[in-house]
Design a protein around this ligand. Structure first.
Ligand SMILES: Cc1cc2nc3c(=O)[nH]c(=O)nc-3n(C[C@H](O)[C@H](O)[C@H](O)COP(=O)(O)OP(=O)(O)OC[C@H]3O[C@@H](n4cnc5c(N)ncnc54)[C@H](O)[C@@H]3O)c2cc1C
Length: 205
């Protein structure tokens, strides 16, 4: 199960699409820890950001966040991280598993709103159909912007789609986010297909 949270920040908060925040998990006062969550929203104003969080069974951070009530306060560090849009190439493929789609939602939304007309393609993998995230939002973007396309992969390996990708022109950036095993397998495959390391942008959960 996944849930979404929107936070209002008292001071001004500006982030680059693709970044994350590190949240202080304050369930046990004497044993504080931090958990990272990608910002799922683009910069709309300077006071809000959205997260999409998967409830991990017995997971300390995700269950504590799921227990928050409206108007509860949190502390966090950020924005953090280097994942972001790279305009040095003109074709862009975003590959995610699960909530790894969040930073790509932010990046794609921001680029389209800015008027980017380059091909932006998202491949978003989920364990089951009921786990799908942001389907309506992606469909709306696809109908408005012809340069945005997406595939949702259910109960399949995202890597089977990657085998078919044409990256031969050398003009493609690939962005990976989510499950570490998917990222490792995909990175190996893409390197075998000749993708240069600097065309690869990744965030492992
Ligand atoms: C840069 C970055 C960005 C991230 N962004 C997001 C995000 O946007 N949304 C999001 O939901 N998560 C995101 N994560 C993962 C997140 O930081 C936590 O690791 C996750 O929420 C689990 O934390 P927890 O405290 O609930 O579980 P923990 O208490 O840390 O773990 C409990 C148990 O669950 C296992 N476990 C941990 N994670 C998973 C998992 N994903 N699936 C199944 N079992 C697991 C652990 O091995 C452990 O046995 C991100 C991680 C990084 C590094």
């Amino acid at each position: 199960m996944c849930f979404q949270l929107t936070f209002k920040v008292e001071e001004s908060f500006k982030h680059k699409a693709g970044q994350y925040v590190s949240i202080k998990i304050a369930d046990v006062p004497d044993s504080i820890c931090f958990r990272a969550y990608s910002i799922a929203s683009a910069q709309t104003d300077s006071h809000h950001f959205e997260l999409c969080i998967k409830v991990v069974p017995n997971g300390r951070g995700s269950n504590w966040l799921n227990s928050l009530e409206i108007n509860d306060g949190i502390e966090f560090l950020g924005p953090l991280g280097e994942l972001g849009f790279d305009d040095s190439k003109s074709n862009h493929i975003f590959i995610s598993t699960g909530t790894g789609v969040s930073p790509f939602r932010a990046i794609i939304y921001e680029e389209l709103k800015k008027g980017n007309t380059q091909p932006l393609h998202l491949i978003s993998g989920f364990a089951e159909k009921k786990d799908e995230l942001y389907k309506e939002c992606l469909e709306e973007l696809k109908s408005k912007y012809p340069n945005f396309t997406y595939d949702i992969v259910i109960k399949d390996y995202v890597t089977t789609i990657i085998e078919k990708l044409d990256i031969a022109s050398g003009n493609t950036n690939i962005y990976l986010c989510g499950n570490p095993a998917m990222i490792e397998n995909t990175t190996t495959l893409l390197k075998e297909k000749g993708l240069p390391a600097k065309a690869l942008h990744l965030e492992k959960y």
